[in-house]
Design a protein around this ligand. Structure first.
Ligand SMILES: N[C@@H](CCC(=O)N[C@@H](CS)C(=O)NCC(=O)O)C(=O)O
Length: 238
């Protein structure tokens, strides 16, 4: 099976999938879609994903037509079903519901309110208002997430002592908070978990600065890439 991830270095949604691929130690090719230069609006990207967004995970399997997976949640759950070890979801239905709720809290409750297209439209309507809007959405969202994570289910990570689905969503969202100039010290549980994640190779390798399309990327330490057609690459960190 060959995997190719259409990604953008700073896309928090693609970053979630990069973390999951790393935790599963799956090799993949990295194909950059430059969102800043509008490459998402190409016909090729529309064919991959009708919403034009990243991430898209392309799966090639012998004797089967290529599979294109979209939406980080669906992609990560697919990875977890097809490559169950290590599991990214808990063994119990109760645990899975908790972890999915935490991840959804970011996926549908925070990130869509601060993504680039929403902020662009806000800027067009009320010039200069987009940053304050994003700050408020993230601050309120992370405040609720802090309370939800600290409900007793957290261990070293969002759920217990192994990294999982919710951690894939938490770490990129904290990065986005800082991008928008938000003070994060009011979220001590989230910061403690972020520090535990940062110690893991999978999270380090998935960081935006380590991606081949990052402006300061070091080719020696990032997966190989090319726009849309990449040579060999590895989700595993070096
Ligand atoms: N719910 C989607 C969100 C995907 C999303 O918002 N992708 C953004 C980047 S983080 C994107 O491709 N934006 C296109 C643009 O900015 O024009 C997912 O989890 O995959």
């Amino acid at each position: 099976m060959n995997l190719r991830l259409y990604s953008y270095w700073r896309s928090s949604s693609a970053w979630r999938v990069r973390i999951a691929l790393g935790l599963k130690e799956l090799e993949y090719r990295y194909a950059a879609v430059n969102l800043l230069e509008g490459e998402q609006w190409s016909e090729a990207q529309r064919a991959r994903n009708p919403t034009h967004q990243v991430p898209v995970l392309e799966v090639e399997r012998a004797g089967q037509p290529p599979l294109r997976l979209v939406q980080s949640m669906a992609i990560i759950e697919w990875l977890d079903e097809v490559h169950p070890s290590p599991p990214l979801l808990p063994a119990t239905a109760d645990g899975r519901a908790r972890v999915r709720a935490l991840a959804e809290h970011v996926n549908s409750g925070i990130q869509p309110l601060q993504n680039a297209i929403v902020l662009k439209r806000l800027r067009e309507k009320v010039p200069g208002w987009d940053r304050a809007w994003a700050q408020q959405a993230i601050a309120e969202g992370l405040g609720a997430l802090e309370r939800a994570v600290a409900d007793g289910g957290a261990g070293r990570f969002c759920h217990g002592d192994s990294p999982g689905l919710a951690d894939c969503y938490l770490v990129p969202q904290l990065y986005n908070a800082r991008r928008f100039g938000l003070e994060t010290s009011g979220f001590p549980t989230l910061l403690r978990i972020e520090a535990a994640c940062a110690a893991l190779t999978a999270f380090q390798a998935a960081h935006p600065d380590r991606q081949p399309d990052a402006p300061s990327s070091d080719p020696a330490t990032s997966p190989a890439t090319s726009p849309a057609a990449a040579p060999a690459a590895a989700g595993r960190s070096p």
